[in-house]
Design a protein around this ligand. Structure first.
Ligand SMILES: Cc1cc2nc3c(=O)[nH]c(=O)nc-3n(C[C@H](O)[C@H](O)[C@H](O)COP(=O)(O)O)c2cc1C
Length: 182
C-alpha cells in the first residue's frame, strides 16, 4: 500500500515540477469561483499570508512556495492517502452529501486519535490519478485527503484560522412579544 502511495506521489511530483506539463492541466469541476471577489479573496489572502508567515516564506519567494505547496502531493508525510470520486450521473446537490460524507470520515478519524487534511490540491491532477489508480471514466474525481497523526512540532500545524462571528452570516427572525402571547 505504501508503495502505491509513493508511486502516485512520484508521478504527480514529476508533473508538478514541470511548468510546461502543468500548463496543459484542467479541473474536473469548478471548486473555486471563476472570479474571486471580496470578502472571499481577502480571507484567502489572509490565510495564505498567515500560513506562509508562520513558515517564514516571504511573498514572492516562488521556489519555497512551490516546495511547500508540493508537500500536498506527498500527503504531508501521512501514511495514508484517500482519493474521493463520485459517479458522474449524480447531480450537483450530491456534492453537498459528499462533503458531509468526507467530514464524517474526518470526525470518525478524530474520535480514533487520527488527523486528516482534505486536499483539493489533487483535483488538478485528476486525469493522472485516474490513470494511475485505474479509476473508471464514469467516476469524477472530487478531492484527496491525508490521514495520519498530525505532528505538533510542525509550525504550520499551529496555525489558527480566523472565524467570522455567527451574526455576520446569519439573519435572525425573532418572535415579537405579541406573537409569543398568542
Ligand atoms: C474541501 C477542502 C479542501 C482543502 N484542500 C486543501 C489542500 O489542498 N491543501 C491544504 O493544505 N489544505 C487544504 N484544506 C485545509 C484548509 O486549508 C485548512 O487548513 C483546514 O480547513 C483547517 O482550517 P479550518 O479550521 O479553518 O477549516 C482544505 C480544506 C477543505 C475543507
Amino acid at each position: 500500500m505504501e508503495a502505491a502511495k509513493e508511486r502516485l506521489s512520484d508521478v504527480i511530483m514529476r508533473m508538478y515540477d514541470d511548468p510546461s506539463l502543468m500548463a496543459m492541466l484542467d479541473e474536473p469541476y469548478d471548486y473555486y469561483p471563476q472570479e474571486w471577489i471580496s470578502p472571499y479573496i481577502d480571507r484567502r489572502r489572509k490565510l495564505g499570508l498567515d500560513l506562509y508567515g508562520l513558515l517564514g516564506i516571504q511573498k514572492g519567494d516562488k521556489d519555497r512556495m512551490h516546495a511547500q505547496f508540493g508537500r500536498n502531493y506527498r500527503f504531508f508525510g501521512a501514511p495514508v492517502g484517500l482519493m474521493f470520486t463520485i459517479d458522474r450521473g449524480m447531480g450537483r446537490g450530491s456534492l453537498i452529501d459528499y462533503g458531509m460524507f468526507m467530514q464524517s470520515i474526518m470526525i470518525a478519524a478524530r474520535a480514533r486519535g487520527l488527523d486528516t487534511c482534505p486536499q483539493i490540491a489533487f483535483t488538478t491532477f485528476h486525469r493522472l490519478i485516474a490513470d494511475e489508480l485505474g479509476i473508471p471514466e464514469q467516476q469524477m474525481f472530487v478531492c484527496g485527503m491525508s490521514l495520519g497523526y498530525a505532528d505538533p512540532s510542525c509550525i504550520e500545524n499551529s496555525l489558527v484560522t480566523d472565524r467570522e462571528t455567527v451574526a455576520s452570516f446569519t439573519i435572525f427572525h425573532e418572535t415579537t412579544n405579541k406573537e409569543a402571547e398568542q
